[in-house]
Structure formats: structure tokens, C-alpha cells
Design a protein around this ligand. Structure first.
Ligand code: DC
Length: 244
């Protein structure tokens, strides 16, 4: 196992991985706010790649064509214009893809694009460069295993299938019944865990955090404790200062 240390990266990074609706993005966003860091949700890159392929009329199941398109395109990540936001916007060839990332066609096509080995290689390179641009919570499926294997803190968030399906149904707010969302969640899990390249798996040195019975605030508190154990000299935040 590679021994990680806080000095392996130019800036502090925390890797958060986990299955769909385990709370990664919500927990990551709140942690970034507390610490004054940025949130880099790497899912936006696979979504932007999918949106771009769709707008260019490239068939998503043609691995080589999609990889070639992505290789020839320029991806840029920039802090969201709202000062309060901790999130990044993603641009492809100068166009802001961010407003399009939750479109139904992107939602259904993204697992196909994320399973293309050539696309992953290109995305991982950009993600590694981005992670060196500042203190960041980096969220995804392969962050602790592939993108930032030497991250000083790795958290694997999980929750029961039922809880994740319930959260997803609430998020989507589309009136779809929970049984249908549960089936879709299970399908998504099978694709994320079963793909040949970088399947979703917890890094051997990740701390597992089950959020099934935790509120968002409790999950963020627990994650912050994990981070502070690994990086004890981190500056206090409002939350930790008021607790002491
Ligand atoms: O987290 P999300 O739903 O925005 O992710 C979109 C898709 O991208 C999903 O199919 C998982 C995939 N993904 C990935 O394979 N690796 C990552 N680091 C991030 C997301």
C-alpha cells in the first residue's frame, strides 16, 4: 500500500468516493464551505463529456469516436461566478456545460461514457492537474484508488440501497415511486461496480462512513472528525471553534 502524507500534493486534498446518492456531493460541498476550500465533483466532467458528444452527434457507444472527440476538445474548470459558491463550472471548447449536466439524455448516457477507458485516461489527467490548484474536496468513484492514490485523507461514503433510493427520489422530485428509483439505483450500482476500467471500490486505506442513519449535518461532522484526525494542524472552523 502506498503510504500517503499531507506533502504528496501541492495543496491539501481530501478524496471522497462512494455509490450514487451516498451523500458524497452534499457532504463534500458542506465540508468545502466549512474549510474554505473548493469542491471538485468529478462527475461533472463525465457529464460534460457526455453532453459534448451528444451535441456533436457522436454515438456514445462508439468508444473510439468518443475518445477522439474528447482528446480534441478543451476542458476547463473554473470557480462558479457566485462568490458564495464552492463549486466549479465546467467549460468545453469555451462553452459552459454546467447548465446542461442534469438533462435526461446526459443522465442516461453518462454511465456509457464513463465506462470508456480512453475517456477515463484523459479525464484523470485533467482531474489530477485540477487537484493541484488549491485545497480541495475531490468527489467521485475512483478518486482514492486512481486519481489521487496518495491523498492524505480518503473517505468512502455509503448508505443502504433503500436510503439512497429514497434520497434520489427526493432529489429528482419527479413523482416517480420509490420502487422504480430503487431499481434504477441498483442498476446504476451494478454499472459503477462492474465496469472493467476503474470500477467503484473503496481504497484499502479509505475510512468508511455509513450515512444511512445520519442527517447531512451529522455526516459532515463525522467526515470533519476523520479529516482532522489525519490533518491535525488544520485551522479551526466556526463549527469546531464553537464546539471547543
Ligand atoms: O456522481 P455523478 O452521478 O455526477 O456521476 C456521473 C457518472 O460519472 C456516473 O455514471 C459515475 C461516473 N463517474 C465516474 O465513473 N468516475 C468519477 N470519478 C465520477 C463519476
Amino acid at each position: 500500500m502506498t503510504k500517503s502524507s499531507v506533502s504528496d500534493y501541492k495543496h491539501l486534498v481530501v478524496a471522497i468516493d462512494g455509490p450514487v446518492a451516498s451523500g458524497k456531493t452534499a457532504v463534500g460541498r458542506e465540508l468545502a464551505r466549512r474549510l474554505g476550500w473548493k469542491l471538485f465533483d468529478t462527475g461533472i466532467m463525465y457529464r460534460a463529456a457526455t453532453w459534448h458528444a451528444l451535441r456533436k452527434g457522436v454515438h456514445l457507444d462508439e468508444d473510439e469516436s468518443v475518445t477522439e472527440l474528447i482528446r480534441d476538445s478543451e476542458f476547463q474548470l473554473t470557480p462558479h461566478s457566485d462568490d458564495e459558491s464552492v463549486e466549479l463550472d465546467v467549460y468545453v471548447d469555451g462553452d459552459n456545460a454546467t447548465p446542461h449536466l442534469r438533462q435526461p439524455e446526459v443522465e442516461s448516457g453518462v454511465p456509457t461514457v464513463a465506462a470508456i477507458a480512453g475517456v477515463r485516461v484523459l479525464m484523470v489527467e485533467i482531474q489530477q492537474a485540477q487537484a493541484n490548484r488549491g485545497c480541495m474536496i475531490v468527489v467521485g468513484r475512483d478518486i482514492g484508488t486512481v486519481v489521487l492514490p496518495k491523498a492524505p485523507v480518503k473517505i468512502y461514503l455509503d448508505a443502504s440501497e433503500e436510503v439512497r433510493a429514497r434520497r434520489r427520489a427526493a432529489e429528482q422530485n419527479s413523482g416517480t415511486d420509490e420502487a422504480t428509483v430503487l431499481k434504477a439505483t441498483q442498476r446504476r450500482d451494478r454499472r459503477d461496480r462492474g465496469r472493467a476500467t476503474s470500477p467503484l471500490v473503496a481504497a484499502s486505506d479509505a475510512v468508511r462512513l455509513d450515512t444511512s442513519d445520519l442527517s447531512l449535518e451529522q455526516a459532515v461532522d463525522a467526515a470533519e472528525v476523520i479529516i482532522r484526525k489525519r490533518i491535525p494542524d488544520l485551522a479551526p472552523t466556526e463549527t469546531t471553534a464553537s464546539a471547543s
